[in-house]
Design a protein around this ligand. Sequence first.
Ligand SMILES: Cc1cc2nc3c(=O)[nH]c(=O)nc-3n(C[C@H](O)[C@H](O)[C@H](O)COP(=O)(O)OP(=O)(O)OC[C@H]3O[C@@H](n4cnc5c(N)ncnc54)[C@H](O)[C@@H]3O)c2cc1C
Length: 372
Amino acid sequence: MAATITATRRVLVVGGGNCGLALALGLQKARIPYTLFERDGEGDFLNRSRDWDMLLHWGDEYLRKLIPKRLHGRLNEATVDPDYNFKSNERLPQLDADTGEIMRYVEMPLLTRMSRKRLRMFLIREQNLNIKFGKRVTRADLDSTDEVSLDFEDGSRVQGACIIGCDGSRSRMRDFLCGAKAKPEQVDLTMINHVARYPAKVAKTIRMQMHHPIVQLGFSKEQVATLLADSQERLRYYRERASKLCEPYRTAALALTDNELLPVDREQQWSPFPWDNRGGKVTLAGDADIRCFLVNRGQGLKNAVKDASELVDALTAVYKGQKCLEEAIASYEAEMIPRGANEIRLTQLVAEKRRDMKNNDPMILKGLQKAE
Ligand SMILES: Cc1cc2nc3c(=O)[nH]c(=O)nc-3n(C[C@H](O)[C@H](O)[C@H](O)COP(=O)(O)OP(=O)(O)OC[C@H]3O[C@@H](n4cnc5c(N)ncnc54)[C@H](O)[C@@H]3O)c2cc1C
């Protein structure tokens, strides 16, 4: 049996995705004792093969609050193209992907497209964070003493003042907290989301045909959902579908090599509701507490860094003796729960309105922007 880790009055963060890492940085900055426990071993964690891009956008303000000042000028290192300087007010093109017609430009202040992988590396590198890798949480004891404890797959146990579950959309901590109500709802949407590399000549051709150097959205009338378990069959299907689209989607798909793996995700959503947080000893953040399906609003990263920022403020008040834990976590949840429920509601509404591609409803124009 591995050694028991003991320590008192520290925050236990479960999960080292971009939410957990941003939270750990914020706690470190605020000098609050914490340990972050990540399921994957360090090698696997740093070398994950899968990546995807995310708009940071209105999350920029919260991320900057959490990271050290010396990193503010270096955030570009975590974007999809560190050589491109995003302007303060970019316009995001949205196209009819069947005809190539531009349907609209959406004003996007602070549009910044992050690479999930690069952002993780950026948040972890040189920061000396207190992370324990290879620590899969299997059980949480939330009730026995005034402290809480976590059990790990390797047989070790740790105690602390409170637990923040940042363990993603299939959160184990959510299971402990919400029981049967923790299960996300499947949405009738299937997504293939992948990052591809191209020879320089092809990459140049693709970029030259885009209406923004980094990002544009294309919508096709033909919306087909399919899971296709066989990877070769999936690639064949993808190329066949894309060959009917306008450029650069057509070239981008047809130039993929036969070895390209196209990950397929069944979309799901989960909306937070008031739960028994055991006097503030446990709560959730990031995809563990708000899981919107992605295609229409893509709000996960922004809400995750906002959660982390709100939690650092709440815990700072506790560690300064200004609030008790129960009061601080209650005020965090009082802001986060309605924000999360609103995100789910808006995502559904935008998805519904988007069935008509030409619909210029203000809600679609605002689609990716911060909820009011
Ligand atoms: C394909 C895809 C595309 C996306 N695109 C966008 C986008 O365009 N815009 C946007 O804003 N958002 C997007 N998102 C959402 C975005 O990636 C997340 O909201 C954001 O990265 C925050 O994630 P997180 O840290 O909460 O969870 P995750 O990144 O899932 O991290 C959870 C961590 O917890 C660890 N873990 C899990 N279980 C345990 C356990 N039992 N014990 C210990 N550790 C555990 C995992 O190993 C993982 O490292 C996308 C998501 C997906 C899947």
